[in-house]
Ligand binder design. Structure first.
Ligand code: 5GP
Length: 196
């Protein structure tokens, strides 16, 4: 997705060989026009799959997930990382280790919102080692629903997440694929290259 790649080139900050900061349009300030385009792109890539719900994890996944859900005309659910005072019963929980924060969270959703027979599209801002995506796939399966797709805004293709998600058999679509962050430079995957 060219508009996203250009935004990464213009505003992304390489913090290390493994971490990209995109605080000005995804992770702190959000660019609504870009988010709308992202929603349209995901809706196009996952069309015809009978998706009934979009699932993400708080907080940075919410923007792209909501725009995708709006475009598809289905509800969006975000998994919570912290225990909620009002969300106490009928929970589905999975454990996710955060790549950037180096902490482990119990992520939860209410059983009320994803149920048997739902076809669920999982959306997240980044794919690193794949823990967040695996946790969300696990939650969908525990609900008796079908994880039919994983849509990622920025995939760091040099880390293991791509392979890990592919191994689950769930369709993976990433809008910007980064081959390397070495030397403080963002290098995108050449779209002509084969990726397993
Ligand atoms: P994973 O579970 O795939 O290892 O990591 C995905 C999660 O970690 C995403 O939800 C995202 O919030 C965060 N993350 C991973 N790598 C990066 C990165 O390079 N930059 C930012 N801003 N977040 C990242």
């Amino acid at each position: 997705m060219e508009a996203l790649k250009q935004k990464i080139i213009d505003e992304g900050k390489v913090l290390s060989n493994t971490v990209l900061k995109v605080d000005s349009f995804v992770n702190h300030q959000m660019d609504p026009i870009l988010m709308k385009q992202i929603g349209e792109e995901f809706a196009e890539r996952f069309k015809g799959m009978g998706i009934t719900k979009v699932l993400t994890i708080e907080s940075s996944g919410i923007g792209p997930a909501l725009m995708t859900a709006l475009e598809m005309g289905v509800p969006m659910i975000f998994a919570r990382k912290r225990k909620s005072l009002t969300l106490t019963e009928g929970l589905i929980t999975s454990t996710v280790r955060s790549f950037t924060k180096q902490e482990t969270n119990e992520v939860t959703i209410s059983r009320d919102f994803i149920t048997e027979g739902d076809n669920v599209l999982i959306i997240d801002d980044f794919l690193a080692v794949g823990q967040a995506a695996l946790g969300l796939i696990d939650i969908v399966k525990q609900a008796g629903a079908n994880p039919v797709g994983v849509g990622i805004v920025i995939e760091k293709s040099f880390q293991d997440g791509h392979k890990t998600v592919k191994e689950t058999g769930v369709k993976l679509e990433s809008l910007a694929k980064i081959a390397s962050l070495e030397g403080g430079k963002v290098q995108f995957v050449n779209e002509g290259d084969q990726q397993s």
